[in-house]
Design a protein around this ligand. Structure first.
Ligand code: ZN
Length: 301
């Protein structure tokens, strides 16, 4: 018969070799409930709305899960306000915007105008992508006038492979399947212009997109017109200023986006689309074929 001391040693050894513990979960499989998990990253709490708000509204209407993540808290984006008070205002605006179309909106607490592609921020992004169990990740291209936008592009690229590596950010189970990564549309020409692979008609949700933008009062009606030198052009009346927002912000297709619309929707429908959002496939992550693109964009005809 073993003594109490011997049993103590046996139990201690079992605990410390993991024999009595559940092994920690190192990876997670894709969701199997038929709903897509989409996550979009912007540098500031209105960036995702401008580039993918209409597409997000279409996903949400079909019951898919969308999360928008702002990597900075937006605390530099105003001509007369700043710091914690502005960050709080912008967080509230982002959450109001998310509620307009039924998407989740996360604002990370990194300073606006100071974003750098550090390991700490990369790990924040890896965790976000894993926690959302993402099928599709959207982000800016890393060539943009604004350093925060540029580094958001770099940071998401830097996360694109690491999300499947269990030993990186090991507190959050790694994805077993690498998501598809795609870029938002932009107008920058160097080193190469945006090359759309997918274009989505947002005609039936354009008002929802403008409603989202309308929630970002500090940006759409204060900061952005001020920095552009046309603050006096903003109407004072809320109905008139929303109309002005529509006229100045509803995204009309470029020739390249029009060609991509025709490719996906056919000549007649593609030519008739008034408002669109477009996306370019990133070379990192899973490279989707046509069938996978149709699965990831279920509203394409
Ligand atoms: Zn921005």
């Amino acid at each position: 018969m073993r003594s109490l001391a011997t049993w103590t040693i046996v139990i201690w050894a079992a605990l410390h070799t993991g024999a009595l513990d559940q092994a920690p979960q190192r990876t997670q499989a894709p969701a199997t409930d038929g709903r897509l998990n989409i996550i979009a990253f912007g540098a500031h709490p209105d960036d995702c709305d401008q580039r993918a708000g209409g597409t997000a509204a279409k996903y949400a209407a079909l019951g898919h899960r969308v999360r928008f993540v702002s990597i900075t808290n937006g605390d530099a984006g105003h001509q007369t306000e700043g710091g914690g008070a502005l960050a709080a205002r912008r967080r509230a605006e982002a959450q109001a915007a998310g509620r307009k179309i039924g998407v989740d909106y996360v604002v990370l607490d990194n300073h606006d105008g100071e974003l750098l592609p550090t390991l700490a921020v990369r790990e924040q992004i890896i965790r976000q992508i894993r926690q959302w169990n993402a099928d599709l990740v959207l982000a800016p291209r890393p060539n943009d006038y604004h350093p925060d936008h540029r580094y958001t592009g770099i940071l998401v690229q830097d996360a694109a492979y690491m999300v499947v590596v269990p030993n990186v950010a090991p507190d959050t189970p790694a994805l077993r399947k690498n998501p598809v990564f795609m870029y938002f549309e932009d107008g920058f020409q160097k080193p190469q212009p945006f090359a759309p692979d997918v274009a989505v008609s947002i005609d039936e949700v354009i008002d929802k997109k403008i409603d989202m933008l309308d929630a970002h009062v500090s940006q759409m009606y204060e900061w952005l017109p001020w920095v552009a030198g046309n603050l006096e052009a903003v109407p004072k009346d809320p109905t008139a200023r929303r109309r002005w927002l529509f006229e100045t912000r509803a995204p009309r297709p470029t020739p390249a986006v029009r060609a991509t619309l025709v490719q996906w929707y056919g000549k007649e429908k593609g030519d008739a689309v008034r408002y669109a959002e477009a996306f370019e496939i990133c070379e990192y992550g899973t490279r989707p074929d046509q069938a996978m693109i149709r699965k990831l964009f279920p509203f394409l005809p």
